[in-house]
Structures are given as structure tokens and as C-alpha cells.
Design a binder for this molecule. Structure first.
Ligand code: CA
Ligand code: CA
Length: 158
């Protein structure tokens, strides 16, 4: 009976051992990236705000974004910039940039490109992200709530 946990541990370790080389940093520990705010009725374009909540630099080419959960075939690169710890990035979402826009009742998901691990996601209802406003995490890391005025590129209200 004791062999079961040992085997499970060995499997986990072999999985970790696969994460070497250039992607070792990106694959170790938590992804460290959060969706902090979305504007599904953005002007002139919809957008998503993400934030590096880790204590290391993150390269956004290591992440992909899509508007349907687990539809990794359609996922597109999140960006081509590096974010310092605590830094934010606005990704404009258009047919040209990512192949989709945000609808009034929709969802948005970010995955790690290297292994398809889910990084963060948000699903909202009609009216949750009104024109001029957004759907934003309280204080950047809390629950998503509807706000009447967006804080694009700035800290979210508590
Ligand atoms: Ca929805
Ligand atoms: Ca914000």
C-alpha cells in the first residue's frame, strides 16, 4: 500500500524535471499573472488589463489569450513585452490583434503557452462591463465587480 504515494511522487517529479532550459523560469511555481480588468464595451476597442503579481519579470510571449475556455487552438499571444513585478499591460482586443472582440456576455481566459496551464480567467454577464466602465478586480487581486469608470492602466479601486 505504501507504494502508491511514492509512485505518485515519482510521477510528479518526472513532470517537474521536464521543465528545464529556457522555459524553466516561466514554468516554476505560479504563473504570476492576473487579469485585473476587462472592458467589454471599450472605446474604440475592447481591452484587457493584466498585472504581474509575481516578484520576477514576466515575458508576455509566454502567455496566450482566448475568449472560449480551453479553446487553445484559437488562442493568440497576449503580447510581446516584458512586465516588471507589479507592472500592468493593456492588450487591445480586436479581430486584427487576437481574432475576437468581447461581447456583453462573454468570457476571457489566459493560458501559459508552454504547457497550456490555466493562468486566469473571467466570465461575465450582460451589463457587467458597461460603456465607460469595466469589470475589475477590487484592489487588483480581489473579486470582479462592475465599476462605472474604468481604470485602464491604473490601480483598481478597492
Ligand atoms: Ca458570460
Ligand atoms: Ca485598472
Amino acid at each position: 500500500m505504501r507504494s502508491l504515494p511514492i509512485r505518485a511522487l515519482a510521477t510528479a517529479m518526472s513532470g517537474a524535471a521536464a521543465c528545464t532550459g529556457a522555459n524553466a523560469g516561466a514554468m516554476s511555481g505560479e504563473p504570476g499573472l492576473l487579469i485585473t480588468e476587462i472592458a467589454a464595451a471599450g472605446t474604440p476597442h475592447d481591452w484587457v488589463e493584466v498585472k504581474n503579481i509575481s516578484e520576477r519579470w514576466l515575458d508576455l510571449v509566454d502567455f496566450v489569450v482566448v475568449d472560449a475556455r480551453d479553446d487553445l487552438d484559437r488562442a493568440r499571444p497576449l503580447g510581446a513585452v516584458k512586465l516588471a513585478p507589479g507592472e500592468r499591460y493593456i492588450r487591445v482586443l480586436t479581430d486584427a490583434t487576437v481574432g475576437f472582440r468581447l461581447a456583453g456576455d462573454e468570457e476571457l481566459w489566459i493560458y501559459r503557452a508552454a504547457d497550456g496551464a490555466l493562468v486566469d480567467g473571467v466570465d461575465w454577464d450582460q451589463g457587467a462591463s458597461p460603456p465607460g466602465g469595466s469589470y475589475a478586480r477590487r484592489g487588483d487581486t480581489g473579486m470582479f465587480v462592475t465599476v462605472a469608470r474604468d481604470t485602464r492602466g491604473r490601480a483598481n479601486p478597492e
